[in-house]
Design a protein around this ligand. Structure first.
Ligand SMILES: [Zn+2]
Length: 323
């Protein structure tokens, strides 16, 4: 498959996977003399072969890629970068905040663990939180070798005819690339047709807490305001009606926030208490994801001034504002 408009062409690379993501998607974007790879899949043979096949089918080879642009630092979007660059040295561009994450900058990674330690302690997560911190501390050493080897440059708008938009929320470094003439938006994981994108708790570069769900909502609305004709997503199907999808996702967030507000009225006060009640067994089995969801929706309720919080003995306690 290729999509061609006004001398610009997109060659999607779609690699099916057996999980809720449905597929890992990345894209070749041809414009003028540039053949840009937008994202780089997972570091596995399926993605590598899919890239080579897509190139070959369209009479290209790996040597024709002129540059790589990354939407965010997650492993399912950057996997093939080093393998491509080893075969054919091309510049790699990413958000400045992707670089310490991809390079596993030791100081940053330690600040990141300290951030989660405080986050989970103040949310009253107990043993589940301590287990996750131990896991992160072990990963610091174990994953050191997984640092990206290629040089990564901060985005250079002069090298591409796409508008680079910051769309934080799912990841603090996430960007989308927009082509105004055709209305194409390379969205990363900002919008996924068949599932909601998680707004993940992550520190900023200095290690400070963000409000990722609020950022994600703002990012979705900013993308919607561009009225894209087509959203090339990181997973699943191509999206043609971004506006309805954004409205649906925002409604889902409001509904979940309402349910949490009800639990707070019933007397649950801590983020961990709410997480256990709302997610039951998934509190342990999907701990980081579940805590991101709960804290994100609490941020939303706080921003709407529906709840307040106060710290007692180092733990945040939430209360209904109307009470
Ligand atoms: Zn992804």
């Amino acid at each position: 498959m290729k999509i061609e408009r006004k001398n610009h062409t997109v060659y999607p690379i779609i690699v099916p996977v057996n999980n809720s993501l449905k597929s890992i998607n990345f894209y070749l974007y041809q414009s003028g003399n540039n053949l840009t790879l937008i994202d780089a899949g997972l570091h596995n043979e399926e993605c590598w072969n899919a890239l080579l096949e897509t190139l070959k089918r369209n009479e290209f080879s790996i040597q024709d890629i002129t540059q790589i642009y990354l939407t965010h630092h997650h492993i399912d979007h950057v996997g093939l970068v080093d393998r491509i660059v080893r075969n054919h040295p091309v510049p790699v561009y990413a958000h400045p905040h992707s670089i310490p994450r991809l390079k596993r900058d030791r100081d940053f990674m330690e600040r990141r663990v300290a951030f989660f330690e405080t986050l989970y302690r103040e949310a009253d997560c107990g043993e589940a939180g301590e287990n996750q911190i131990r896991y992160l501390q072990n990963a610091l050493q174990k994953n050191e070798k997984k640092a990206m080897q290629s040089d990564i440059h901060p985005f250079d708008p002069a090298q591409i005819d796409l508008e680079i938009m910051e769309v934080p929320g799912h990841a603090p470094d996430q960007v989308s690339f927009f082509h105004e003439e055709t209305g194409w938006l390379f969205g990363g994981d900002l919008l996924i047709q068949h599932i909601s994108s998680n707004a993940l708790a992550e520190p900023d570069f200095e290690g400070r807490r963000q409000r990722p769900l609020l950022q994600h909502m703002d990012s979705m609305e900013a993308a919607d305001s561009l009225q894209p004709t087509t959203v090339y997503s990181g997973h699943g199907e191509v999206i043609y009606d971004a506006s309805s999808l954004v409205q649906k996702r925002i409604q889902e967030i409001e509904e979940k926030a309402d349910k949490l507000a009800l639990l707070i009225c019933e007397g649950l006060t801590t983020a961990a208490g709410l997480a256990k009640s709302y997610y039951e067994k998934r509190y342990d089995s999907q701990f980081p994801l579940v805590m991101s969801e709960i804290l994100g929706h609490l941020d939303y309720l706080e921003a709407k001034e529906r709840i307040g919080k106060e710290k007692m003995n180092g733990v945040w306690h939430y209360h209904d504002k109307k009470a």
